[in-house]
Design a protein around this ligand. Sequence first.
Ligand code: MLT
Length: 430
Amino acid sequence: MAESAELILDGKSYSLPVIEGTEQEKAFDIGKLRDQTGYVTLDSGYKNTGATKSAITFLDGEEGILRYRGYPIEQLAEKSSFIEVAYLLIYGKLPTKAELDNFSEQITKHTLVHEDVRKIFDGFPSATHPMAILSSLICALTGFYPESLSPNLSAEEIDLNVIRLMAKISTIAAWTYKNNMGHPLNYPRNDLDYCSNFLYMMFSFPTEKYELDSRIVSALNKLLILHADHEQNCSTSTVRLVGSANASLYGSVSAGINALWGPLHGGANQEVIEMLEAIQKDGGNTQKWVDKAKDPNDSFRLMGFGHRVYKNFDPRATIIKKAADDVLTALGLEDSPLLKIAKELEQAALTDEYFIKRKLYPNVDFYSGIIYKAIGIPTEMFTVMFALGRLPGWIAQWKEMRENKEPIGRPRQIYTGETERDYVSIDARS
Ligand code: MLT
């Protein structure tokens, strides 16, 4: 007999079917709850609510497991490339060589953006944050591809938008930096792979020969793979919710970029570096800052520690910590004061009862900023880098939502405002 849960309300019993995933995660199906009982469930922040069934990413927060389409993140980070992982997330399988070559070639061919995009850059005030520019320009792509607005796109038309978005986001992302710096914008180079081309557009000048460093290219590949998807996080849920209204892929991803921008989500790695720099400026006494973090009367909090869903460790942090060591050693930066402070803080947190009890261990944001800084990415671009990495996940989730014909997202609420009262004319108000 199929498993179900019994809910008793006012002496009446209701049966809630139990849904089980392929990894034995279980959920009560409350899809008919309101119709049958008049009740809804209340779950602020959705900590106990499965918003969808998804076959893309499996995450076990207790065991520290993360898998894309079944493949462990550790294996993908070591053996795969960002473009291969993107294909895996979006199309559900590891590509054959021919499929990967074709996907990669298509993306490369679409990296150029319309010349009018350059003109839009001129309209942004110079203080505009790169994330604001990125989300605006990704949304503006609908103007260049108006057919993408149709809710009835064929699979081929969706694929074309996927390719365009994967290709153009790296050009636009690099240009946000160049524009903020007042540097000339570099056109993409189709002889380069995805990560190399991005680094070229970010760091080269028309006046100088640009030498790519393979250690930096491979560190970037790894970082992007580690950020490529993370099931129903805030920005991904945003993409799915916006997409559920039949909004275009560009519009949905643009909304996801704005969600990611929040300091509680993708903005965290920027906050980590700013914290490490503040500690360094203050003399580098990590114990002082650890004590401040423990002091209930002090508002200071350690950034990059703990995670909403990982309860013991973040598997991405383990990989990224080693990558940070490797990259900084390879670049001769192993004595970097920021790395030293980060390691001391990590050590303090892993051995101090206060942090252990609260499950505050370093998460993926703690070390990613150190690598980005070491490879020359400026702090205000960290969240843009996260967006670049997260794009395949957003696309895969948007596509899955469409293919499964999910209904428009429309949560309920428990109203806590005034009950009905009569309008009072302005001269009669106290
Ligand atoms: C992410 O990768 O999106 C973050 O770790 C946040 C999350 O999963 O909630």
